[in-house]
Design a protein around this ligand. Structure first.
Ligand SMILES: [Zn+2]
Length: 259
């Protein structure tokens, strides 16, 4: 279900006029996103968004994406997953078949988005890592791992919370652009999305819902609502549940002011 950019010829992030705008997936294709905004992003912004998208897809989510069979734009079918064997700094990468690897999904959860509650953050994002198994025969698969020795790490490449928080901001911004258009909201997120030096601002806008998540059969789901902060201001809030069918939490992003 492709949608179109509501502002023809203008980049949805930096708002500059360009005759060379690329299509933009709301959820990156590398994560299995299918909905795209046509002619949306200039090349300069695309380079920036690709960096944090790739960080999440190639580091935090690579084992899970391989297990679930999401191939992304490259369409490469991966059949092996890397683990780290041995104690640092002498650890080595070891590739094992996806059929034997335990298959874990990792993601960060955050506290509340500060702007809604008047407690603004001034530190780079710190997240709690949430882990979920992808397969039911996890015990059997973990035994395969213990056969490799006493020091095996499933985390092959380290990953950070800031690129993931920034990815959520990007998804939220794209969702509002596609669903309601710039004529109906004043965006709050482009500076945060484009500027690496804005890390300490991210958690003012990005949060994670607490409590039990409803069961979901959808890989990803996104919707928006209007919510009033404790400061009395009404905001557009975008709710984002990535990998909901694996019981991952629902995040939310304060993405804009109603016009
Ligand atoms: Zn741009």
């Amino acid at each position: 279900m492709p949608t179109r950019s509501p502002v023809e010829g203008i980049c949805i992030y930096c708002r500059t006029l360009s005759s060379n705008l690329g299509d933009e997936h709301i959820v990156p294709a590398s994560l299995g996103g299918k909905v795209l905004i046509r002619s949306a992003s200039c090349q300069s912004c695309e380079r920036i968004t690709s960096r944090f998208e790739n960080h999440c897809a190639d580091r935090m989510l690579r084992p899970a994406l391989t297990h679930i069979g999401i191939r992304g734009r490259t369409k490469i079918k991966r059949s092996q997953v890397a683990v780290k064997v041995g104690k640092a700094p002498y650890s080595k990468r070891h590739k094992m078949p996806v059929t034997e690897h335990p298959g874990m999904l990792w993601m960060f959860s955050f506290s509340v988005a500060g702007i809604l509650f008047g407690n603004t953050s001034s530190t780079p994002p710190v997240g709690r890592i949430i882990t979920r198994p992808i397969h039911e025969n996890i015990d059997h698969r973990l035994k395969n791992l213990s056969a490799l020795g006493p020091d095996v790490s499933l985390i092959d490449k380290p990953f950070d919370a800031a690129p993931f928080a920034r990815l959520l901001a990007k998804i939220a911004h794209c969702h509002l652009v596609a669903e309601i258009g710039f004529e109906h909201f004043e965006p709050l997120l482009p500076t945060l999305i484009l500027n690496d030096h804005s890390d300490e601002q991210l958690l003012n806008y990005v949060g994670t819902h607490i409590g039990k998540n409803p069961e979901s059969s959808d890989l990803h789901s996104i919707w928006h609502s209007k919510e009033r902060g404790t400061n009395g201001v009404e905001y557009y809030v975008v709710h984002i549940r990535l990998f909901g069918q694996y019981d991952m939490p629902m995040h939310y992003v304060v993405a804009g002011l109603p016009k």
